[in-house]
Design a protein around this ligand. Structure first.
Ligand code: DC
Length: 345
């Protein structure tokens, strides 16, 4: 391992604490994800901000997303005529096995004009993976993403985060008006590190908290509201525009990414899906019973397939994969072969 340097810059729209924090979090996430770093790989970060920003220190945003062991420092940026306004820059020192020339630098929100040489159109590959609860989508998607270097996007986690927010604030998730009002206070983001994916709800890590059966039921409820779906679908499309992605959910092939190059619809007998989900919850130390999980999945299948907006449905051009009798390896290899066939075309 050697020390490498990664550059990043972004602009923000106003000099407020929220804008500094959100802008910096987005920048750091991009730098971490593009270089497949783990938080512990970061040695130090030097931030500079233009003189028109003084509402918060970018280093505070770094600490907020868990960068606590690295040395952090904020400096004012000296300005020359016509330089970008409201700009936050970062120089991140990391431990990496890759040569310096393979480090990927990040320029967001117009800051790319700082590096005109980097402006080019990129076409990304999208894999849409849909199916009912417990069909094994997330397990498979994670494995495929790891093997091919794609970004995994778990859209269910986004609906879960909205439900979790409501539950933790005593907001009735069956009350659409209340949920839509709460949506204004919710900021979601995903940080992909080398080893894991972290889901942030208002900059707090909720990755584990959103997995309980109570939150599953709430997620299925809030997912019926058009206002919630519109907001999350927009975010999902934006994420798919930035990288090669494998995205799992219910409406990815039909609605979120109708032009995805590869579409898979994974299904399986409800008893088998409940068994797998029960075992997964047990492994995570969540106490429940098989019967309870089976009921929950049946209820969610019903909700997810019968709702008005973007119900669970196989896209006409999706490949149907019944996983009841297949091993995880078989399913994974099938999907990887499909993606490789496409890439070699
Ligand atoms: O995949 P999951 O079990 O984590 O999803 C939780 C709930 O979110 C699921 O019951 C339905 C909803 N959901 C959805 O409506 N659309 C998606 N693209 C993903 C999930």
């Amino acid at each position: 391992m050697s020390t490498r340097a990664i550059r990043g810059a972004t602009t923000i729209s106003e000099n407020s604490k929220t804008a500094v924090m959100e802008g910096t979090v987005a920048l750091l996430k991009d730098m971490i994800e593009n270089n497949r770093l783990d938080i512990d790989d970061i040695i130090s970060i030097i931030f500079t901000v233009t003189k028109d920003i003084n509402a918060a220190f970018p280093a505070a945003a770094a600490r907020q997303i868990g960068i606590v062991n690295a040395g952090l420092l904020d400096f004012p940026q000296f300005e020359v005529a016509d330089s970008l306004k409201m700009c936050i820059r970062a120089l991140m020192f990391v431990e990496s096995e890759l040569p310096q020339k393979e480090m990927k630098h990040s320029y967001l929100n117009g800051a790319r004009t700082l590096r005109a040489d980097l402006i080019k159109e990129e076409k990304h590959i999208a894999v849409a993976l849909d199916g009912p609860a417990g069909s094994g989508k997330s397990t498979i998607a994670k494995m495929v993403a790891k093997e091919l270097g794609f970004t995994y996007i778990d859209t269910g986690a986004m609906y879960r985060s909205v439900a979790f927010y409501c539950i933790s604030r005593d907001i009735d998730y069956n009350d659409e008006t209340e949920v839509l009002r709460a949506l204004n206070d919710i900021r979601l983001s995903i940080v992909n590190t080398k080893r894991k994916q972290v889901y942030l709800l208002n900059n707090t890590d909720v990755s584990h908290l959103i997995r309980s059966p109570g939150v599953s039921a709430g997620a299925s409820a809030v997912a019926t509201y058009k206002g919630v779906r519109d907001r999350l679908v927009a975010m999902q499309r934006e994420l798919a525009g930035k990288a090669n992605v494998i995205m799992d959910g219910r409406d990815i092939g039909t609605n979120v990414l109708p032009d995805a190059q590869i579409k898979i619809y994974m299904d399986g007998a409800v008893e088998e899906r409940a068994k797998r989900r029960f075992e997964e919850l047990e492994l995570r130390g969540i106490t429940t019973t098989y019967e309870h999980v089976l009921e929950d999945i049946k209820q969610r299948d019903h909700n997810d397939s019968n709702r008005r907006y973007n119900p669970l449905r196989k896209a006409e051009d999706a490949v149907l994969l019944d996983t009841t009798m297949l091993s995880i390896e078989e399913v994974k290899d099938f999907i990887i072969d499909k993606i490789k066939d496409y890439m070699e075309e």
